[in-house]
Design a binder for this molecule. Structure first.
Ligand SMILES: Nc1ncnc2c1ncn2[C@@H]1O[C@H](COP(=O)(O)OP(=O)(O)OP(=O)(O)O)[C@@H](O)[C@H]1O
Length: 396
């Protein structure tokens, strides 16, 4: 459970009460360069507060350059904290050097020692243990990361994914009271990253490790973490459990970063069937409907899904299955078949905007009108229908 500080800043969505036995970050500022008189330098982290309770995994998620790594490095003690504080288990870590914080670190490139074999790498931080205990711990950790029996392998013979597993085992070996991971999977290809993200989440939970995990990939953050903190331009925008974050982004900026692709002012949608809109829509007439990556479905004009009596140009919203019956015409830009679904890119003029928005709509495989129709060409006319299960409401 992650909590945010309520005392010095406006309450952040997802805020709660503090647990002093874990990590407490309060109003932390990290700045590079500059001088006291003329040059203010670069403020990479602009007063961030969050907590991580023992055993929890927090993902710091945000675009490149938003300050994630700087914040992580400040927690580690690798960057000076210009203002604010970092505490762990109730103790202020100001002035405590990196190696005396009891934290583990893992980076994008595992940086294994090439002259040591796998066991030698994993055992690096526990050389003080008696031989038998050390061997047992190495065996146990290699088992946890799915590399049982790899002790004597040279690290130069490992794949990228195996190397990162060894690096993870090495960073867990001394039982760090906090593990800090900076984009540990981003050097790997997509398929491997997805598999390893699942494994990483499993390993951190199985070992009860308290961790802060930096990533720019929201799928990865959602897979690995109990709680996700969304960062932008040095500030935290929202801290929430993955499902809550996805269901209720606190702002359009958060929604955009999560991959919501278009925004329709709620006042532009008919009030005829408010119960068909995502929960909260009927209470937030000033907000927008955020359309997620699965928030639009392809409708073939004239198909069974086409609505007799539909208002031309969109806007009708008769209840129909899971969809809000808001249907708008679009011009196909292209389509791809991915993971069993056809994704069609179209230009659609959505309500509340004069210019066409480029959106992706999915063809429903269970819909006879659209399944199997994979050869839509640029310029074809289609329609898109909102699917409320793929939409969220965001404040204006
Ligand atoms: N050593 C440094 N000296 C000067 N500026 C720096 C330094 N390190 C980072 N910055 C700047 O601080 C800001 C935040 O950088 P940071 O690396 O923390 O972001 P990030 O979110 O981790 O980005 P990425 O995902 O690309 O690694 C950026 O504007 C960056 O240029």
């Amino acid at each position: 459970m992650v909590h945010t500080d309520l005392t010095t800043r406006a309450p952040l969505p997802g805020a709660g009460t503090s647990d002093p036995s874990g990590l407490e970050v309060r109003d932390v500022v990290v700045r590079y360069g500059g001088d006291a008189r003329r040059d203010p330098g670069t403020t990479a982290v602009a007063g961030v507060s969050f907590d991580v309770a023992p055993g929890d995994v927090l993902a710091l998620l945000g675009p490149s350059g938003c300050g994630k790594s700087s914040l992580l490095r400040a927690v580690a003690g690798l960057e000076p904290v210009v203002a604010g504080s970092v505490r762990f288990a109730g103790s202020d870590l100001g002035g405590i050097p990196v190696h005396r914080r009891g934290f583990g670190l893992m980076f994008q490139e595992g940086q294994l020692f090439p002259h040591r074999d796998v066991a030698g790498n994993v055992a690096y931080g526990i050389s003080g243990l008696p031989r038998g205990d050390r061997d047992e711990r190495v065996r146990e950790l290699l088992d946890v990361v799915g590399l049982a029996g790899y002790e004597r392998r040279a690290t130069t013979t490992l794949s990228g994914g195996e190397r990162q597993r060894v690096a993870l085992a090495r960073s867990l070996a001394p039982r760090p009271r906090l593990l800090l991971l900076d984009e540990p999977l981003s050097a790997l290809d997509r398929g491997l990253r997805e598999r390893l993200a699942l494994d990483l989440g499993g390993v951190l939970r199985a070992t009860g490790t308290t961790a802060v995990f930096v990533t720019h990939d929201h799928d990865e953050a959602f897979t690995v973490a109990d709680t996700v903190a969304v960062m932008d331009a040095g500030e935290l925008l929202q801290v929430a459990h993955p499902e809550d974050l996805w269901r209720a982004p606190a702002s359009r900026r958060v929604a955009e970063f999560l991959g919501y692709q278009a925004f329709v002012p709620l006042r532009e949608l008919s009030t005829a069937h408010p119960s068909r809109l995502p929960s909260g829509a009927e209470r937030s007439r000033d907000g927008s409907l955020a359309v997620g990556p699965r928030g639009l479905r392809v409708v073939v004009p004239g198909s069974a899904d086409g609505v007799p009596g539909r208002v031309p140009g969109g806007g009708a919203d008769a209840a129909h299955g899971g969809a809000v019956r808001a249907v708008w015409p679009g011009v196909v830009v292209g389509s791809v078949f991915r993971r069993g679904t056809t994704e069609v890119t179209l230009d659609v003029v959505l309500p509340g905007s004069a210019a066409p928005a480029r959106v992706v709509a999915v063809a429903d495989a269970s819909d006879p009108a659209t399944s199997g129709t994979r050869d839509w060409a640029a310029g074809d006319q289609l329609e898109v229908a909102l699917d409320r299960s793929g939409c969220a409401v965001v404040p204006a």
